[in-house]
Design a protein around this ligand. Structure first.
Ligand code: PMT
Length: 207
């Protein structure tokens, strides 16, 4: 998965975030270059689909979850790079919401499903790779996600560093420990991540 999600409030407004999709698209391209058959489930971005990759466009987290479930059978690896909204409006207004004087407008939010945790909980799960975008305490929160969502590997990055731009500094967390990668263009970081995924796949097939 890649990019942001978009949760509609009414026909012209919604909740989204500043993910550009660049990290997820770079990973899709690196996986395809390594010989994988790639389905890229993408939230709204301005990016072009990498060569050799099948893109499925979605907007909301629930649409993303459905597209992931459809693409999953037979997959060896699931990589969740999307910045999925944790919450969505409880109701989507059918018409544009009108301003009513200067009163407060209260928006009630309900939790979205966790797509990655759902994939990792399946009996026939593929190797599961998550991302952790944090503004502080990267190691602590990324390790919590590794264990909490029962993942094989988490790629940790600081939002102020990796979100939106062309470069990223990541630390890979797996059950053997921490593996920092040097700061680089997202295409280069993606190659480093794919190399690590291949190492884990080889370890699990030798086990
Ligand atoms: O798109 P760019 O501008 O290139 O920026 C890249 C990035 C910063 C968005 C990316 O590197 C990144 O860190 N993506 C994950 C962002 C995020 O939302 O992390 P999280 O800590 O909220 O979620 C943890 C993991 O669970 C992620 O793999 C996420 O895809 C997944 N998740 C989260 C919530 C949810 N409802 N479903 C999920 O699958």
């Amino acid at each position: 998965t890649a990019g942001p999600t978009y949760e509609a409030i009414d026909p012209v407004r919604g909740i989204t975030n500043i993910s550009s999709g660049k990290m997820g698209y770079a990973l899709a391209a690196a996986c395809a270059a390594a010989g994988a058959e790639v389905v890229l489930v993408s939230g709204p971005t301005r990016l072009t689909c990498p060569a050799g990759v099948t893109r499925v466009d979605v907007a909301s987290a629930r649409q993303m979850q459905t597209a992931v479930e459809e693409a999953l059978p037979g997959a060896d690896v699931f990589i969740g790079v999307a910045a999925v909204a944790d919450y969505r409006p409880a109701e989507v207004a059918a018409d544009k919401i009108k301003k009513t004087g200067n009163d407060e407008l209260v928006l009630r939010l309900v939790p979205n499903p966790d797509i990655l945790a759902g994939v990792a909980a399946r009996a026939d799960r593929p190797l599961c790779v998550g991302f952790a975008a944090e503004s502080r305490n990267l190691a602590e929160y990324a390790t919590k996600k590794l264990h909490g969502k029962k993942l094989d590997m988490v790629v940790g990055n600081l939002v102020q560093d990796g979100m939106g731009g062309d470069h990223n500094t990541v630390v890979i967390f797996d059950h053997a420990g921490q593996h920092p990668l040097p700061r680089a263009a997202k295409e280069r970081v993606a190659q480093g991540i794919v190399n690590h995924v291949v190492r884990l796949l080889n370890q699990s097939s030798n086990a």
